[in-house]
Design a protein around this ligand. Sequence first.
Ligand code: SF4
Length: 346
Amino acid sequence: MKLLNLSFSEIEELVESLGEPKYRAKQLYQGLQMGKKIEEINISKDLKALLAQNGYTTGGVEIHEKFVSKIDGTIKYLYCLEDGNIIEGVLMHYKHGSTLCVSTQVGCRMGCAFCASTIGGLVRNLEAGEILGQVIAVNRDNMTKKERAVTNIVLMGSGEPLDNYDNTLKFLRLVSCPEGINISMRNISLSTCGIVPKIKELAKEKLGITLSLSLHAPTDEMRKDIMPISKAYALEETIDAMRYYVKETGRRVVFEYALISEKNDTKECAEKLAKLIRNMQCHVNLIPLNSVHESGLSGSSGNRVAKFREYLEKDGISVTVRREMGADISGACGQLRRSYLSKEVK
Ligand code: SF4
């Protein structure tokens, strides 16, 4: 059993079931949330022994390696899971705080053409405590006296969060728990490639998180080329699901659009995109694509990005262009893990 999968009240129940006083639950829970190992936590020797005898581990992640940008302090992490699998994440610093991009699966089975995370397929889902463990490990690594380092979270690392729905939902509840790390749902964004039934299920939870759709193409024909998920769900029903999310939650949704040179960055594409999302409470985030060596796709030039933005803004659509963070340690999502794995193989 893994302790980081448990909520505060479940830890209370566990401690009582082991015959220990309830107040020890708070010490145990707080120690875990600070990233301590069981042996480092200020609890009785008896409780430590009972936890060990009953096969409890923390179930978090260990930082295996990190790469710090000399330009803007962005940190890329490789984490090791208890079973030896490797995942990655990135901490980005902004004026308003620091955002941690977390992974929800080891690998991914969604097959997006521009993404390195999917090249080896899905290895396994992460448990809720392993997603939470990434936040805890980074907080511990960047400990300041006053505050925790991570103020915002994006579920945009390796894996499709809605393909690991139950663990993702559990993680969202654990990370926003007032007795724990207590990050507001409003400071969390979840990015999906568009699993329509799960978008609707999530909408009904009314969690207050921001939902982003990796859109990347304005027609079914083009999207099928780069995102196999669109063979299962047509663009129209995917956009309808996003409208439903807005209606149910009152939250503005985000469309992520990675600009691939000469493929989806033309004037015609911008016009089609504008038509698709017209009259929706939404925002478009343009992403100059990082080249993924294995895919043969290359990102649009600055000039083409600016033109695409202009076309959308003329139509009254709110647009930002994602700033490249940590250019000196760059690499598209999933590349760090892949280069680690290929080093291991050699
Ligand atoms: S972009 Fe996301 S959903 Fe698509 S393959 Fe990569 S990790 Fe999976």
